[in-house]
Each structure stands twice: as structure tokens, then as C-alpha cells.
Design a binder for this molecule. Structure first.
Ligand SMILES: Cc1cc2nc3c(=O)[nH]c(=O)nc-3n(C[C@H](O)[C@H](O)[C@H](O)COP(=O)(O)O)c2cc1C
Ligand code: SF4
Length: 386
């Protein structure tokens, strides 16, 4: 039996109390109660890594410093992801209110929206929204100002420490971790970095309460999530769905009837082939950054993988050898197997290389290459061969 994936209507329209009323109500509560509410809600970061938001804020609140910062990560560079753009276009106040609740809870007095270079057209409308917010903040007695920092188009600058480096005027290269931004972030001060959707979801957890929010999802995955759907789908766009759906149900609703694979979590994510649709729950055991690409049987998975590796080789910041050299070797390697100048078993060596990159690369970019590489090569090996 097919279950249509349950649509959720939390982030865009339902429960539409003015977000600044949510902020005002939150400011009447004890800070530790809000942290507990977030912990109870099970909300995890929507930027890809899935770190529990309540935990991050608890650590941020516990830091002692003369200055703390909140950064809203709106770099949204993952290919196939466009959900944060929609939130910032349609309901920016939910995200801004989430930033302000974070400031109230953690004691931060300065905030930044790190805006993807390609979203420059949103700058004027967001600046207007910030003016509205600043009036409200004055009214509510909240000492918190927000500025917008424009990105310059590098995918790696979505990684939180590279993002901070670039804000400090340096090359956008990831830092060694630890220390994490929560201890040593922007200008060496405690910094809470959250994704646009995470912050909007915080507003909604505060509005609904953890119990109500938790009714959505499964025991493992709570709440709703935005999916940017593209590829061979008659329903391309941003859809808010309850977490915990089977891939088979998702594909029935959003595919074109001929889906052979879907890629969840963008290039950093996983490829799920048709034979695993029934047994796989989207996001279970993996993180989903929000990008969901659908491929039908006319697509060459070799071309898909080639495209991903080309992207990785281009976007690697080059700071560490496993990623800088590994991305190029993987790209050249699959080209050689396809051309017949290397035997098919060379693919096994390449898979080992991608696993080594996972173990030895400095940041999530090089570490995640293996996700798409191994899941595409294992499931579509015949398409990789001459
Ligand atoms: C290469 C790379 C790119 C990333 N790009 C983004 C991005 O565009 N937006 C985002 O929110 N997180 C991105 N992240 C994840 C961030 O480092 C960080 O985990 C996230 O902003 C934390 O927010 P959250 O806890 O609300 O998810 C990226 C990570 C890596 C490794
Ligand atoms: S893994 Fe890649 S992107 Fe990350 S620091 Fe190393 S070279 Fe740069």
C-alpha cells in the first residue's frame, strides 16, 4: 500500500502568528526553559550536519565572554537546494525572530546573515526587514543588531568555519576543529551558527511547543522539513513534508513514474537506487541538507557522478591533500574506466580512495565525497564501464 508523504504546513503558512509576537512571548520565558523546549522538540540543524539545536544553544549560553555572535547561514550552495531562498523570500521574519530568540537565550548582542552571493537580489528586502526588526527589538528591550554579510560564491564558505574566516577578511578556508565556533568563532568569540531553516523552525517550536512539534515525524526524526525537489519531477519546487517517509512513497508522489534513483542531501548526500526505495526512509541514518534530485531512466548515472566530481574538484579549497588531489583523481579515474584505459576493477581502488578521503580530509567537503561516490558506483557500476 502506498502512503502519500504527509505534507506539513508549519514553516510557510499555518500557525501564522506574527513572528515578532513569538519573540515577545519567548522573552517572557526563562532562557533555560527555551533551551529545554528545543531539546525536547528534537529539532536538529537543517544545514546538513543535523546537530541538535537545543544542545548548541545550551553550549552557547554557557560560554562566558564579553561578546557573542549569532550567524544565520544563508550561503545555500549545495547543488539542488533552494529552500532557504524561499524562506528568506516568503517568511523572513520567522528566521530573523529565530536569530533574536537565540540572542536572548545565549546573550549574543550582534548577529549576521551570511547571504549567498547569488541571492544579492534579496539584499534590499532583507535590509528592510532588519529595519522592522530593529524597531521591534527596541520596543521589546532586546539589545541585538543584525547585519548582512555577502558571500562571494564559494561552496566551501557554507562550512561554518570557512564562513567565519571569510567574514574576517581572510581566505574562505575551513579551520581545524576543535575549537568549534561555539567556543572560538567570529573574531575569536563564541558564535552560534545556524541554518536559515533551523532558525525559522525554532520560531515554530516556540510557537507550538515541543509536544505539538514532536507529533510530526518519527521516534527518530522529529518535525517537518523542507525539501527542494528538482530533476525528473512534475512537481519541482520546495515542499514541506513530515519527516520519516519511505523513499517509495516519496517517489510515487514526486517522481514522473519512471524514477530510477534519487539523490538526497545534494552532492554531499547519498544516491538511492530503485531496488532500495521500499526499504529506505529518507534521512534515517543519513543527514538531509534539503536537496532531493530525482533521476529517471533516461539519465546516465556516469554523467551524474562526473558532474558531482567536477563540482567537487572545482570547489575544493585545496588546503588539504586528500581532498585537493583525491577529487581530481576520482574524476580522472572514472573517465579512464569509461574510456577503457583502466579496467573495471579500478573502480574498487577509487572507492578505497574515497574512503581514505573521508577519514583524512579536514572538512565536510572532502569527507562527504565518498557518500555519493560509493552509492553511485556500487549501485550503477555497469554504467561506469566502457
Ligand atoms: C562544504 C560545506 C558546505 C556547507 N554549506 C552550508 C550551507 O550552505 N548552509 C548551511 O546552513 N550549512 C552549510 N554547511 C554546514 C555548516 O558547516 C553548519 O554545520 C551549519 O550551518 C550549522 O547550522 P545548523 O546546526 O542549523 O544545521 C556546509 C558544510 C560544508 C562542509
Ligand atoms: S577537505 Fe577540501 S575543502 Fe575541506 S579543507 Fe580540505 S581541501 Fe579544503
Amino acid at each position: 500500500m502506498t502512503n502519500i508523504p504527509k505534507k506539513a504546513d508549519i514553516l510557510f503558512s499555518a500557525y501564522s502568528v506574527e513572528p515578532y509576537q513569538i519573540l515577545k512571548d519567548a522573552m517572557k520565558r526563562k532562557k533555560e526553559d527555551i533551551i529545554q523546549e528545543l531539546l525536547d522538540s528534537g529539532l536538529r540543524g537543517r544545514g546538513g550536519a543535523g546537530f541538535p539545536t537545543g544542545m548548541k544553544w545550551k553550549f552557547g549560553a554557557a560560554e562566558k565572554a564579553d561578546q557573542k555572535y549569532v550567524i544565520c547561514n544563508a550561503d545555500e550552495g549545495e547543488p539542488g537546494t533552494f529552500k532557504d531562498k524561499k524562506l528568506l523570500t516568503d517568511v523572513p521574519r520567522k528566521t530573523i525572530s529565530g536569530m533574536a530568540i537565540c540572542a536572548y537565550v545565549t546573550g549574543a548582542t550582534k548577529g549576521f546573515i551570511y547571504l549567498r552571493a547569488e541571492y544579492r537580489y534579496l539584499l534590499a528586502s532583507l535590509e528592510k526587514e532588519i529595519e522592522v526588526f530593529e524597531q521591534k527589538a527596541k520596543e521589546f528591550g532586546l539589545d541585538f543588531e543584525i547585519k548582512i554579510f555577502m558571500g562571494a560564491g564559494a561552496y566551501v564558505c557554507g562550512e561554518e568555519t570557512a564562513l567565519i574566516e571569510s567574514m574576517e577578511g581572510k581566505r574562505g578556508e575551513p579551520r581545524n576543529k576543535p575549537p568549534y565556533p561555539i567556543q572560538n568563532g567570529y573574531l575569536g568569540k563564541p558564535t552560534i551558527v545556524n541554518n536559515v531553516e533551523t532558525l525559522a523552525s525554532v520560531s515554530m517550536v516556540c510557537r507550538l511547543g515541543a509536544e505539538e512539534y514532536k507529533k510530526l515525524g518519527t521516534s527518530d526524526q522529529k518535525g517537518s522539513k523542507l525539501f527542494s525537489i528538482s530533476g525528473d519531477s512534475p512537481k519541482e519546487g520546495v515542499h514541506e513534508l513530515e519527516l520519516g517517509m519511505k523513499v517509495s512513497d516519496f517517489v510515487t508522489e514526486y517522481g514522473d513514474g519512471d524514477t530510477k534513483a534519487i539523490q538526497v542531501g545534494g552532492v554531499a548526500g547519498y544516491c538511492i537506487p530503485r531496488k532500495k526505495f521500499e526499504s529506505t526512509i529518507i534521512g534515517e541514518g543519513q543527514t538531509t541538507g534539503g536537496s532531493t534530485l530525482i533521476f529517471n531512466s533516461t539519465r546516465s548515472m556516469y554523467r551524474v557522478l562526473h558532474n558531482y566530481l567536477d563540482f567537487y574538484a572545482e570547489e575544493s579549497c585545496g588546503q588539504c591533500t586528500p581532498c585537493r588531489v583525491g577529487c581530481q583523481q576520482l574524476l580522472k579515474g572514472i573517465e579512464a574506466v569509461k574510456a577503457g584505459t583502466k579496467p573495471p576493477k579500478y573502480l574498487d581502488q577509487l572507492m578505497k580512495l574515497s574512503n581514505t578521503m573521508n577519514l583524512t580530509s579536514k572538512c565536510g567537503l572532502g569527507q562527504s565525497v565518498t557518500n555519493s561516490f560509493t552509492t553511485i558506483v556500487e549501485n550503477f557500476r555497469e554504467e561506469m564501464i566502457f
